[in-house]
Structure formats: C-alpha cells, structure tokens
Write a protein that binds this ligand. Structure first.
Ligand SMILES: Nc1ncnc2c1ncn2[C@@H]1O[C@H](COP(=O)(O)OP(=O)(O)OP(=O)(O)O)[C@@H](O)[C@H]1O
Ligand SMILES: [Mg+2]
Length: 427
C-alpha cells in the first residue's frame, strides 16, 4: 500500500497530527472495498480530499469520479441531475438525459453536503445503495448501476434525523464507515505548519517576501479557536501576505486579523458579565445563526428562481415542500397557506408565506464573510445593522487612511461594493 506520506504529497495535505493521520489511514484502508463512507467534520477541515483519495486508490480509479454538491442543486432538479430523466418527464425535458448515477457506472460519486438532500431523493438514493437500482424521472424502467458512494456532511446528522429531515436508514447505509476529520483547534501542532505553507504559497503568488510570525504571534495562532478551520487559516495567511508591509508579523498585528479580537471589526454580541469561555460559546451560537440565515437566504433564492421559471405556484409548492418546510418550519402558526381558495382570492401566482421574522433580515455585504465578526457590542446594543455597517466602513477607511482597496479587503467586500456603499451612505 502507498505510504501515508506519499498520499499527503499527492493530495497536498499538510499536517502530522495523529488524528489526521488516522483519518487518512482509514481512507486508504477502505479504498479497495466498495463500502460506503461518510466523511464528517466541521466546515473547512479538509473533507473534500478524502473521497478523492478513496477513488484514486480503488479499483474504480480509471472510471469516473463525480462530485455533487447536494446543497447547491435546486430541489426541483436534483432527482433529474442524479438519476436522469425521460423525454417529456416535465416541462422543458425535451430529450432523455442520463444522470450522474448512470454516467458514473463503475466509478465513484461524492455526495457533498448530503444532509441537504430532499427526502424524496433520499428514497431514491437508498434504493441505489441497497441494490444498485434506480429509475429515471418519468420512467418506470428499472436501471442498474455500480457506483461507490462517498458522502460528506458538516451538519449533525443525528439532529437532522431527529427533525425528520434525514432518513435514519439512509444514514446507516451511508455511514458504514465514518471518517471524521478533526477541527484545526484539535490539531495544534499543525497550525503553524499550515500557516507557513500558505504564507510561502502566497509569497510566490503575489511575488512578495514571505511573512514570518514572531514567537508571540505563533503562540496566539495556536491558541485561537479557528471556527472556520483550515479555510479560515488560509484566508488569514493570504490577507496578511497582501496587506502587511512589514513582513515580520507580531502578535498585535496578527490579532487584528483574528475575528475573536476586540481590535477587529464586525460585531459579535457578548455579555460583559460572562467569562471568556462562555463568550466563545455565544460566539459559536452567533456564527450558527448567521450560517443558518445565509442558508435560508440561499434556499429563498432557489425558491424564487423556481417561481420565476415556473408559472404554477401550486406545483412549485408541491415540488419544494421540503425546502419550504425547512425555511418556514413546522409550527402551526407558521404553516404555509396551501389553500387553493385563498390563492385564487388574491389572484396572485405567489406563495402565501408568513412574514419573515425580523431577526432573519441581514443583507449587508459586509456580513458576507462568515468569519469576520469581532467588535464587542453590548447585548442591549440598539444600533441598526445599517448604522453599524456605516460605522464599520468609516472606521475601516480611517484605519486604512482612506485607501479603499485595503479597506475593502479588511471588510471582506469587493472594492466596487465598497465604492457603492460610500456613495449610498454619502461617506
Ligand atoms: N491538511 C490540509 N493541508 C492543506 N490544505 C488543506 C488541508 N485541509 C484542508 N485544506 C484546504 O482547506 C480548504 C478547505 O478544505 P475543504 O474544502 O476540503 O473543506 P470542507 O471540510 O469540505 O469544508 P465544508 O464543509 O465547508 O465544505 C481547501 O482549500 C483545502 O485545500
Ligand atoms: Mg466541502
């Protein structure tokens, strides 16, 4: 069997942590079998390398490897994407089309964000896993395929099962072997190693001398929680590489880039009376709320697109039942009005959706970068998000002596967006 070191080299995986090594070893061991594998771990930990390793070490390596992001495909089209459709199966299906399960016959399919699969698709997937059988959408002819499935998720699958968003039987089928990638904060020895690697990559990319951390900066790097894991570490290495003129980085400079610090910009709700450890929990809750909101926003975008494409709102509601339930929940008072009469009454081709809760509104581009929250604000802070945004932009411009490029990078928005906001707010 190939050595773990050569696998790391081939897939550009940095790190010596025993837990990471164990995960890679597991991937290498299961590769030669056809066992379904579920890769778990927080966002940004490096899950995507695992299915690639498994495929390339398996007897399927010369056949197709298809990676599907289940969370990015609209609910109305996912069955057709995965399993194909017959001509005339739905409006717009002018030709018979093969799905990924047919195309990848003999190979591997990586189902990323598998927790996002609609329940109806989960039923189809279960059947493929059980006996390799599937039906094209609109067809009654059973087809066979021989596909190895590796799935990944960064959500708690037991929660999803409890909320009846994910089938328990499918979960057990998918996770015959589970490979967990530990969060970066549990791989302390690897943090500086990874930072040095990224710093060296970015110095080459931007043709600048490599940044180096002094001793205190390294210690700060190791102590930080890294909620966005390796993805976040890489982003920070890139920001510092681009923005800092002095290539020797002190702890003070580094702390300006770590969202947990009071010297950085975006707001996080904290309580003055609580201990630091409680604060990190609150921050995590806040991250989660923001992630969920972003997820809701994406779901709403999908739904709006469906409505725009499809004139039949009843059909859209039916096809997207799960998505709608996901966004608006199951509470009685929040039930979506599926009543035909009331639709006709208003004579509108739109969904009768409940009013969004106020705390679901978050539009500022400055909040786009999910790891840029830091400035402490009191719990009773009453500033609106817009006022907060204006304040952040002003501060950032001041800090960067009016240089828009640097301010935009600091705020995590494009220069064009910053320019638009400066005009909009008359700054
Ligand atoms: N050990 C590692 N060495 C070098 N780079 C890594 C390592 N682990 C992850 N990365 C890099 O970090 C980034 C994030 O990894 P990846 O996309 O696999 O995250 P993920 O676990 O799939 O996260 P998500 O759940 O958000 O999709 C990628 O650019 C990846 O190349
Ligand atoms: Mg991923």
């Amino acid at each position: 069997m190939e050595s773990i070191q050569s696998i790391k080299q081939r897939f550009e995986i940095i790190g010596q942590d025993p837990k990471l090594n164990r995960a890679l070893e597991k991937a290498m061991q299961v590769a030669i079998t056809d066992i379904s594998v579920l890769v778990t771990g927080e966002s940004g930990v490096g899950k995507e390398a695992i299915p690639k390793i498994i495929h390339s070490l398996s007897h399927r390596k010369h056949a197709k490897y298809i990676a599907v992001n289940c969370g990015a495909i609209p609910e109305g089209t996912i069955d057709s994407e995965l399993f194909g459709h017959e001509k005339g199966a739905f409006t717009g299906a002018t030709q018979t089309r093969s799905g990924y399960f047919e195309v990848a016959d003999g190979g591997t399919i990586f189902l990323d964000e598998v927790g996002e699969l609609p329940l109806t698709t989960q039923v189809r997937l279960l059947r493929v896993l059980e006996n390799g059988e599937f039906l094209k959408v609109g067809s009654s002819q059973v087809q066979k395929t021989d596909v190895r499935i590796v799935a990944a998720t960064n959500v708690n699958m037991f929660e999803a099962i409890k909320k009846e968003r994910f089938r328990e039987d499918l979960y057990y089928r998918l996770s015959t072997v589970e490979i967990n990638i530990p969060p970066l904060r549990e791989r302390q020895g690897d943090v500086h190693l990874l930072f040095r690697k990224f710093a060296s990559d970015f110095s080459q990319k931007y043709k600048m001398p490599t940044i180096r951390l002094d001793e205190q900066a390294v210690s700060l790097l190791n102590k930080y929680r890294w909620p966005g894991n390796i993805r976040q570490l890489r982003n920070i290495a890139e920001q510092i590489s681009v923005l800092e003129e002095n290539r020797s980085i002190t702890a003070a400079t580094l702390s300006g880039y770590l969202p947990n610090n009071t010297s950085t910009n975006l707001p996080a709700v904290v309580s003055n009376t609580k201990a630091e450890s409680d604060f990190s929990n609150e921050r995590e809750i806040l991250y989660k709320v923001l992630f969920d909101m972003k997820g809701d926003l994406n779901d709403l975008k999908k739904l709006t697109m469906e409505l725009l494409k499809n004139n039949d709102s009843q059909k859209v509601q039916k096809d997207n039942e799960n998505l709608i339930r996901k966004i608006y929940g199951n509470d009685d008072e929040e039930d979506i009005d599926l009543d035909q009469d009331s639709q006709e009454e208003t004579n509108l081709n739109v969904l009768h959706l409940p009013e969004p809760k106020e705390d679901h509104i978050l539009t500022s581009d400055a909040y786009e970068d999910k790891y840029h929250f830091a400035e402490e604000i009191e719990e009773e802070e009453t500033l609106s998000l817009q006022e907060k945004e204006v304040e952040l932009i002003k501060k950032s411009l001041e800090r960067n002596r009016g240089k828009r490029k640097a301010a935009a990078a600091e705020l995590g928005i494009s220069e064009r967006t910053l320019y638009r906001k400066i005009k909009q707010y008359d700054l």
